[in-house]
Design a protein around this ligand. Structure first.
Ligand code: GLN
Length: 542
């Protein structure tokens, strides 16, 4: 097993995750069996209880692990399913070590950061690659110098010592600011980051220099001189139209030759499988505008998997999607912002804030035949809206938002009753969904009766209301294996209104986009063409 570790210098937000994903993509498509690990030095056990405002989306893996959104990037760039072992946090490491201590596994010795914590970190890194993995790529969250990442840096230094220089490579992502009239490229922040890394015993082999413009010849020479990294190991990573162009950017600078030389991988034969995908992204033939109605619209990383899923659709079909981020609360004042969109997505969410605006979006879509896709909370909101307006249950709600509602059309999953712990306790991960033959869902999934999708929810459609909803034109065309959990809904006589309890955005990949996002975009394009020139839409507030 060999290892490539990517650290971050200067500051966060430089795109370390995309660089890690891109290098891994190049290696995978050169025939290497690669695994990727994200180290998150925070104390949380996983990202499950974190606020999307601070950390962006919580990404759900097949095994139900609620992980950092970078795992989503890895899965998309590598077309690989990862698991809980691919996300190492301080919380997981310390919990394990303290549990061992309580069991008496350390036989009376003093338990310390070195060696006990660092050993546990190395153990986790080594087992993260499944059997057959040749290279594990590790991204270290945070920035060199952070107190909380110290034990991880120390463990990685030890890893190189134990595995040997020819089996472990270190890369550092830094910033090259460009200032003054002449936009002079400054290398000092990079020099400082490299020296703090070296003071911890970690000597980088590669530098990823983030700058607005291409790295100049002299800048590259200067970085090399001051850091000892050969020029072949210094890569210019400029701001890019799309994250999916970054692998090519690195490939064009010969990164595979350098890595192959360092790790003695022999001649790597790289196959560029994203050529057509990139061409469609760069030159789309059509455009549609789609609204994403959420409560974290100031921070679109909270809905990153939806954004990527739509990008994947563009890469496949050449239909560019202009996303209009709509703050759901604003819809309570006016629905005007929706008047120019050809499709509406209501994504997942928790808590009452923003819900009434999402109900308005669902009603607007239903009344105006605007293509609609509801996901998880968006699915539940579609049920609430329908119950209120069509069934006339004016106070219908989810018991998540109003415990005393007379009509809890969305209610707690029975197995959630009495749970007192929030972390990792929802209905999580990959589950079978059974589709009804002859339904729109069945048609969308190409005639497959059984599909597998990822979940993350505590509430569900209340059994008691299903027959009434169905008698009035809502069709539940997908459910779980036992036939009790509703998973998919559509409307009678209306093909472009669909919603799922599961999160299809998590399994979307560049060359195999989420089928529901693809369907929404196709429906939006059709809607746009049919309505060209038409202006008036209605909206009734009950
Ligand atoms: N809050 C809802 C539930 O727990 C929806 C969850 C979600 O959208 N991920 O069921």
């Amino acid at each position: 097993m060999q290892y490539i570790v990517i650290f971050g210098g200067v500051m966060s937000g430089l795109g370390k995750g995309i660089i890690t994903s891109s290098l891994s993509h190049l290696l995978v498509n050169s025939g290497k069996r690669v695994s990727v690990v994200k180290i998150d030095p925070y104390l949380n056990y996983d990202a499950g209880t974190m606020n999307p405002y601070q950390h962006g989306e919580v990404f759900v893996l097949n095994d139900g692990n609620e992980s950092d959104l970078d795992l989503g990037n890895y899965e998309r760039f590598l077309d690989l399913d990862l698991g809980e072992e691919n996300n190492i946090t301080t919380g997981k490491v310390y919990k394990e070590v303290i549990e061992k201590e309580r069991r008496g596994d350390y036989l009376g010795s003093t338990v310390q950061i070195i060696p006990h914590i660092t050993n546990e970190i190395k153990r986790r890194i080594r087992k993260a690659g499944k059997a057959g993995t040749e290279i594990t790529v590790i991204e270290v969250g945070g920035t060199v110098g952070d107190i909380e990442s110290m034990p991880f840096l120390e463990a990685l230094r030890q890893l190189r010592r134990e595995e040997g220089d020819s089996n472990v490579m270190f890369g550092l992502v830094t910033l090259i600011p460009e200032i003054g009239r002449g936009m002079e490229q400054k290398t000092k922040p990079t020099q400082h980051s490299v020296s703090s890394l070296r003071s911890l015993g970690i000597v980088p082999d590669m530098i990823f220099a983030r700058s607005q413009n291409q790295l100049e010849v002299d800048t590259r020479k200067k970085i090399s001189l001051f850091t000892d990294v050969p020029e072949e190991g210094i890569y210019s990573v400029t701001d890019s139209e799309s994250i999916y162009f970054v692998p090519e950017m690195l490939h064009g600078q010969g990164i595979l030759d350098y890595v192959s030389w360092k790790l003695d991988l022999g001649g790597l034969m790289y196959r560029d499988i994203w050529k057509e995908f990139r061409e469609n992204l760069a030159n789309p033939s059509e455009r549609v505008k789609v609204a994403i109605v959420g409560k974290y619209t100031a921070l679109t990383d909270a809905y990153i998997s939806h954004r990527e899923a739509l990008t994947h659709v563009t890469g496949k079909n050449g239909i560019a999607v202009d996303i209009k981020w709509v703050d759901s609360d604003k819809l309570k004042e006016s629905v005007e912002v929706l008047s120019d969109v050809s499709g509406i997505i209501v994504p997942g969410g928790f808590g009452y804030r923003g819900v009434e605006g999402k109900v308005i979006a669902a009603r607007y879509a239903r009344e105006n035949s605007v293509p609609f896709l509801g996901i998880c909370l968006g699915f539940q909101v579609a049920v609430i809206e329908f119950a209120r307006d069509v069934l006339g249950l004016k106070e219908a709600n989810s018991s998540e938002f109003n415990e005393n509602t007379p009509d809890p059309v969305i209610d707690l999953l029975p197995e959630q009753e009495g749970l007192d712990s929030l972390g990792g306790t929802m209905r999580l991960g990959l589950k079978n969904v059974i589709l009804n033959e002859g339904s729109e869902a069945f048609e969308i999934y190409g005639g497959n009766k059984v599909i597998q999708e990822r979940h993350r929810h505590r509430y569900e459609v209340n059994q008691k209301y299903i027959s009434r909803l169905e008698e009035n034109g809502m069709i539940f065309s997908g459910c779980d294996e036992e036939g009790v959990r509703m998973e998919f809904l559509e409307l009678k006589d209306r093909k472009n209104f669909i919603a799922s309890q599961y999160h299809c955005e998590f399994k979307s990949r560049p060359l195999s986009p989420s089928i529901l996002h693809e369907r929404l975009v196709m429906n939006a394009l059709k809607y746009k063409k049919e309505r060209e020139g038409e202006t008036s839409r209605k909206y009734s507030i009950a």
